[in-house]
Design a protein around this ligand. Structure first.
Ligand code: CA
Length: 220
């Protein structure tokens, strides 16, 4: 089930939100401050963030910008009641939704589901066919002969075509806890992966380098 990051400094609210989300099968990670959330975001993956606008350190909007520096992420803001300025600003910076306190946990869960549905439309990476169970990927109808790490990288990119994955995220997904690998390791495997794709189609370059951010897979 999707993991949700909850950043809320009011313990009572946080507990209620966590309880409601867990009851619906979501995993939650809770932080009390923006700083904790940013530290957590370096090592943990989550599909959506619920951010309190009024946090004790950096504030929900700034936190949203920082989190999205790493990757695009659906965000729901928790705002004080009738704080219209907050709502306008939240929407301006690309909030997927906001919810005013006090709110019912059930309403929040419904919003979470709706945002996740909207943000995960089935997107196809043209040319690829992924057999996740067999750990095989074919490109333009031809099965790729991949090393374990090449496969891992490609499978991670194929999971969300078009989404940018940072090197830290790729490292986390493919290498797990093996700490002796570096950003350079990822770049090396991406390079060999690209060469194998070019063998099938010399014109194709479906793996995009996102300068300073990471990699993504080209979509239609
Ligand atoms: Ca607060």
């Amino acid at each position: 089930m999707p993991t949700i990051l909850l950043v809320e400094d009011e313990a009572v609210i946080a507990r209620a939100v966590e309880f409601a989300l867990r009851g619906e099968g979501f995993d939650t990670l809770h932080c009390l401050t923006g700083g904790d959330a940013l530290r957590l975001a370096r090592t943990q993956l989550f599909e959506l963030a619920i951010l309190d606008v009024g946090l004790p350190d950096i504030g929900g909007f700034a936190l949203c910008r920082e989190l999205r520096r790493v990757r695009d992420l659906p965000v729901i803001f928790l705002t004080a009641r009738d704080a219209e300025a907050d709502r306008v600003l939240g929407l301006e910076i690309g909030a997927d939704d906001y919810i005013a306190k006090p709110f019912s946990p059930r309403e929040l869960v419904a919003r979470v589901r709706a945002v996740l549905r909207r943000s995960n439309p089935p997107v196809a990476a043209p040319g690829f066919d992924h057999d996740a169970e067999g750990h095989r990927v074919s490109f333009r109808g031809r099965t790729l002969s991949l090393t374990r790490y090449e496969y891992g990288l490609l499978a991670a990119l194929l999971q969300r075509p078009g989404a940018i994955l940072s090197r830290a995220q790729l490292m986390d997904r493919v290498w797990g806890g093996e700490s002796d690998s570096s950003d350079r390791t990822i770049d090396t495997h991406i390079k060999t992966l690209r060469a194998k794709l070019r063998e099938i189609d010399p014109q194709a370059d479906p793996i995009r380098t996102q300068r300073g951010l990471g990699y993504s897979l080209q979509v239609d």
